[in-house]
Design a protein around this ligand. Structure first.
Ligand code: IPE
Ligand code: IPE
Ligand code: MG
Length: 246
C-alpha cells in the first residue's frame, strides 16, 4: 500500500517525535560492530527528514543521544560523537537547501567542544529557515529538563522576580528546553521496544504512541507515512467522551 497517497494532508500532525532505536541490533544481525549501525542510521534520518518536508510536517524531534547513553562503552560514545560532528558538518548545506532549521534540546554543555561548535554553527546558519524545524535531542533526558526548569523557576521566586501563584503549566512549559516547540501529536519508536526511555515526558501527556518492529537503520519515509496514516485513524479524546467530539 502506498501510504503517502492515503494520508490526509489537511490533518497532519504538526510535530512528530522519534526514538531512533535499534542501530546496535541492526549491525549485530549483519555481523558488524554497533558503530556500523549508528552510521547507517544517518541514512534513515536523511530519508525521514526529506519525507517529512515533502508532505509538510513542521516539526521533527529526534532522540539521538540520551543522558543515560553517556554510560555506554567509551569507544561507542566517542564514535557516536564523531558521527554526529561529521554529519552536521557535511549536511548543513542540505539543511539550508531544504529550508530546514536545526534546533537542539538537552545538556549541550556536556558535549565535546568541537561538537558544540559544529552544532552552534549549523544552528546559526539555518536560523532563518522555516519549512521544517529539526530538533536533535542530545545529551537529553526529560527528567533532566524538568529538573533544570524547576531550579530556574525556584531561583526566580527566590529573587522575587516571580510570585508562587504565577506558576502554572504554561509558565513551567516556558522553562523547558522544548519551550519553542508545540507538543508532539505523534511519537514513533522503532526496534520493537515499548517504552519511552526518558523522552519528552512532560510533552507527551496526550501524544499518540506508535511502535514498529523495524530497526532504525531500516526505517524509511514510507514507514513514516505508514505511522502518520495509522495516527490519522485514531480518535484523540483528551479526556472527553467520543460523543462530545462530534
Ligand atoms: C539507538 O540505537 C541509538 C542510540 C541510542 C544512540 P541503539 O544503539 O540503542 O541500538 P540497540 O537498541 O542496542 O539495538
Ligand atoms: C533511547 O534508546 C535513546 C535514544 C534512542 C537516543 P536506548 O537504546 O538508549 O533506550 P533503552 O535503554 O533501550 O531504554
Ligand atoms: Mg537501544
Amino acid at each position: 500500500m502506498d501510504y503517502k497517497d492515503q494520508i490526509n494532508l489537511s490533518k497532519l500532525p504538526k510535530h512528530i517525535a522519534i526514538v531512533m532505536d535499534g542501530n546496535g541490533r541492526w549491525a549485530k544481525e549483519k555481523g558488524k560492530l554497533r558503530v556500523f549501525g549508528h552510521k547507517n542510521g544517518i541514512l534513515s534520518v536523511k530519508d525521514v527528514i526529506e519525507g517529512a518536508t515533502e508532505i509538510g510536517i513542521e516539526y521533527v524531534t529526534l532522540y539521538a543521544f540520551s543522558t543515560e547513553n553517556w554510560n555506554r562503552p567509551k569507544l561507542e560514545v566517542a564514535a557516536i560523537m564523531e558521527i554526529l560532528i561529521s554529519t552536521i558538518h557535511k549536511e548543513t548545506q542540505t539543511l539550508i537547501d531544504n529550508n530546514v532549521r536545526l534546533n537542539v534540546i538537552g545538556n549541550i554543555n556536556a558535549l565535546p567542544a568541537n561538537c558544540k561548535r559544529e552544532l552552534n554553527e549549523a544552528i546559526d546558519k539555518t536560523a532563518h529557515n522555516y519549512r521544517l524545524t529539526l530538533t536533535l535531542a542530545l545529551s537529553y533526558s526529560a527528567r533532566w529538563d524538568i529538573t533544570q526548569a524547576a531550579k530556574t523557576i525556584a531561583q526566580k521566586v527566590q529573587a522575587g522576580e516571580l510570585q508562587l501563584d504565577e506558576i502554572d503549566e504554561n509558565l513551567f512549559s516556558k522553562h523547558l528546553n522544548t519551550h519553542n516547540l508545540p507538543n508532539p501529536e505523534l511519537l514513533i519508536r522503532t526496534s520493537g521496544e515499548h517504552r519511552v526511555s526518558n523522552y519528552l515526558l512532560w510533552e507527551i501527556a496526550y501524544t499518540e504512541l506508535y511502535f514498529t518492529n523495524k530497526l532504525w537503520p531500516d526505517f524509511r519515509r514510507h514507514d513514516l507515512f505508514e505511522a502518520i496514516y495509522n495516527f490519522q485513524k485514531r480518535e484523540r479524546r483528551f479526556g472527553l467522551t467520543s460523543e462530545q467530539l462530534t
